[in-house]
Design a protein around this ligand. Structure first.
Ligand code: PA5
Length: 348
């Protein structure tokens, strides 16, 4: 099946391939982001000036924490950490603000960490569409910022991430979402399914053409979380194994197995226009080596908007679209994540 020919069949064919409209969710991100940010800025933090912020969550909810952490690391003096585990670090204390992110509000690890935070008297707030997390916050008068229900957690990034950014802005973080939201709107047009020659569709075709797992490489810290988002979206939407690596660290280990495996694979490097010259040079040398060794003809994508959040969302939008188009190329419905549902049911 060729993606362009199937998409040329129009909306009816698209709704057969993507019956729960994952593509529509990806494309609606700019619409939901603006309201989400406003909702976030309106909250009343339980501590006005936390010494540090700990964001707890899993999977499609936790990634918002990583995006915020990497966006703000060089721009805000309040350290942000992300915990994907049921226990809290020992350093979390009453000057730490714990933010719990769970789209469903029912994720076991997040609920366990929430229980520990309340038992230890750590100032806490949550973002959820409902579930036990919202109930437990309600019982303890802990602020919970509601997000619209009915989405897949990973598809609700516009709700979760921009609510979180609004909350951080209310605490003084330098975040202004307007440029990012208008860039997302432009990209929703550029990557629309009727544009059969867009970068998103062409990249999906490229990933589809090579059987070996693609490597999605970010740069620390600028695009590290974006690369992790790409990996998660390829795993869940396209049901595809993807390797995840980060420059400069990957040049100290993964480069060895990439060359030794002898397998030709797609390598996608996600870069930010403001990455330091040392890393830009190192990436160039690494990609040259991968070409010489015939591992890959790598694709380097450099986000170049003038605003850092806009650059981050440029890359997120491309990856989200690629993951859905790759699912469609494989003839797979991007929405269901049956093994995640089955495991949660077994744990319940
Ligand atoms: O994308 C998904 O569905 C998962 O990665 C979930 O986000 C993860 O299982 C955690 O669930 P929730 O986001 O509802 O806390």
């Amino acid at each position: 099946m060729s993606l362009s020919s199937s998409l040329a069949l129009g909306a009816r064919e698209l709704s057969r391939l993507d019956p729960q409209d994952m593509l529509g969710c990806v494309r609606r991100m700019p619409e939901v982001a603006s309201l989400a940010f406003e909702r976030g800025t309106a909250w009343q933090p339980p501590v006005p000036s936390p010494r540090q912020i700990l964001i707890c969550g899993m999977g499609g909810s936790a990634i918002s924490g990583d995006l915020a952490r990497t966006l703000l690391q060089g721009r805000w003096s309040v350290p942000i950490s992300v915990a994907r585990q049921p226990q809290l670090p020992a350093w979390a204390d009453d000057r730490t603000l714990c933010l719990f992110l769970s789209y469903s509000g029912n994720t076991a690890e997040t609920l366990a960490a929430f229980g520990e935070a309340t038992a230890r008297g750590i100032p806490t707030a949550a973002i959820a569409s409902g579930g036990q997390l919202a109930d437990r916050c309600g019982q303890r008068a802990i602020p919970v910022l509601p997000v619209e229900s009915g989405w897949q957690p990973r598809a609700a990034l516009g709700h979760l991430y921009f609510t979180l950014l609004g909350m951080l802005a209310a605490l003084g973080a330098p975040v202004e979402p307007a440029a990012a939201i208008s860039r997302l709107a432009e990209l929703a047009v550029e990557y629309a399914p009727d544009r059969a020659d867009s970068d998103a569709i062409n990249l999906a075709r490229r990933l589809h053409a090579l059987p070996a797992a693609p490597l999605i490489a970010g740069v620390s810290p600028s695009t590290e979380a974006v690369a992790l988002r790409w990996k998660g979206q390829l795993n869940e939407n396209a049901k595809t194994t993807a390797l995840f690596g980060v420059f400069p660290e990957l040049t100290h280990n993964e480069i060895v197995n990439l060359v030794a495996s002898g397998e030709e694979r797609a390598v996608v490097v996600l870069r930010d226009a403001e990455d330091p010259p040392l890393l830009v040079r190192q990436i160039g040398q690494t990609l040259g080596l991968l070409r010489e060794e015939r591992v890959s003809d790598p694709v380097e994508i450099v986000a170049s908007a003038s605003d850092p959040l806009a650059r981050q969302m440029e890359l997120v939008s491309l990856g989200d679209h690629v993951s859905v188009y790759l699912a469609l190329l494989k003839g797979l419905d991007p929405t269901p994540v049956a093994p995640i549902v089955a495991l949660k049911a077994r744990m319940a």
